[in-house]
Design a binder for this molecule. Structure first.
Ligand code: FPP
Length: 251
């Protein structure tokens, strides 16, 4: 039984998963907003709006079952290739989402974090993101990292540049470069690697998401489009994860 920590309710909720081995960190590639809309003869914007709605139930469920970190792929470095109107809409939805939801998230002890390079975004987006980060920075519950202008290869390239600079000025010796040092130069430096990566919409690839961090993650793919993804699907993914044997290269 899990405590429903939201809405100040002490109601217990029952899920068919083992409470003692819930993944600490779940990463999600939220895909299929466009196809969800097209299948309903709606504009793609309706799919993105429905995608934002889906976030609420998933975050709440993750928080209730004690997931510590949830990382959401909201805007990749490749997403700039989309029509300008769609990029603007995604930015607008992000601002609307933060303005509407941060109060409730804060009340429920959720910490908001961003991974990626948001410097390229408009001031209004940067301001809203920083407000959300600052307001929730002392929260101790679920940490929701929103990946914005994020690319796994770029993240690794940037880490290499920083390590090389530090090596050149003598702050880092070549012998000191190891996996944990590289990890400490990534956006996720204070976050453990995800045990579970979920991708919706039937696509079976990683699309430049958390390339370093997913070295040993379990992958869970579903045909469900992101707007239809709910807390129950999250539980199903965790249940499947709990039935896998993770050997990390051992036997
Ligand atoms: C993939 O669907 C989804 C995205 C590129 C954006 C994900 C964004 C949201 C769920 C909303 C904004 C996020 C926040 C955190 C407020 P797609 O457009 O690639 O779908 P398709 O492959 O079916 O075309």
């Amino acid at each position: 039984m899990f405590k429903n920590l939201w809405n100040n309710s002490n109601k217990e909720i029952s899920y068919n998963i083992n409470k003692d081995c819930v993944p600490n960190h779940i990463a999600i590639i939220m895909d299929g907003n466009g196809r969800w809309a097209t299948e309903r003869t709606l504009p793609r914007s309706a799919g993105h709006r429905a995608g934002v709605e889906a976030l609420r139930d998933v975050i709440k469920t993750a928080s209730n079952i004690g997931v510590k970190y949830l990382t959401l792929y909201a805007f990749s470095t490749e997403n700039w290739k989309r029509p300008e109107s769609e990029v603007s809409l995604l930015m607008k939805l992000l601002i609307e989402y933060l303005r509407k939801e941060v109060k409730e998230l804060h009340k429920n002890n959720v910490r908001i974090n961003v991974i990626g390079d948001i410097k390229q975004f408009q001031d209004e987006v940067i301001e809203e993101v920083n407000k959300a980060i600052n307001k929730t920075k002392n929260n101790t519950g679920l940490c929701v990292s929103i990946a914005l202008n994020y690319g796994g290869r770029l993240e690794i390239v940037n880490a290499i540049k920083h390590i090389a600079e530090n090596s050149k000025n003598g702050a880092i010796e070549i012998e000191d470069i190891n996996e944990s040092l590289v990890s400490s130069f990534l956006y996720t430096k204070n976050i453990p690697d995800p045990e579970l990566l979920i991708r919706t919409s039937g696509e079976i690839r990683i699309s430049n998401f958390l390339l370093w961090q997913c070295a040993y993650s379990e992958f869970w793919f579903t045909d469900i489009y992101w707007p239809d993804f709910t807390g129950e699907h999250l539980i199903k993914a965790i249940s499947d994860y709990q039935n896998r044997s993770r050997r990390f290269g051992g036997i």
